[in-house]
Design a protein around this ligand. Structure first.
Ligand SMILES: [Zn+2]
Length: 81
């Protein structure tokens, strides 16, 4: 979950600069996703059955590639584990 990743980052760094960088990264991700494909995927928040998605290599090597989804109805962001 994004929330967990962000919480961990902030607890490690705790400077305003790092938090801003993290938020900037998230907004870049949102913009990237507008261009991307849609897929049948049930939103975990509102139950809508279509989401846009993309894959991203995580910074830590052991996390590998992760697929991110954005609900096309409520814009909730979530990912597969
Ligand atoms: Zn939704």
């Amino acid at each position: 979950m994004w929330q967990n990743i962000i919480g961990r980052e902030i607890s490690y760094t705790a400077t305003a600069e790092d938090i801003r960088r993290e938020l900037g990264l998230l907004s870049q991700i949102s913009e990237e996703k507008v261009e991307l494909s849609k897929i049948k995927k049930k939103c975990e928040k509102c139950g809508h059955d279509e989401a846009s998605y993309y894959t991203r290599q995580m910074r830590s090597a052991d996390e590998g590639q992760t697929t991110f989804y954005t609900c096309t109805k409520c814009l909730h962001q979530f990912q597969d584990n």
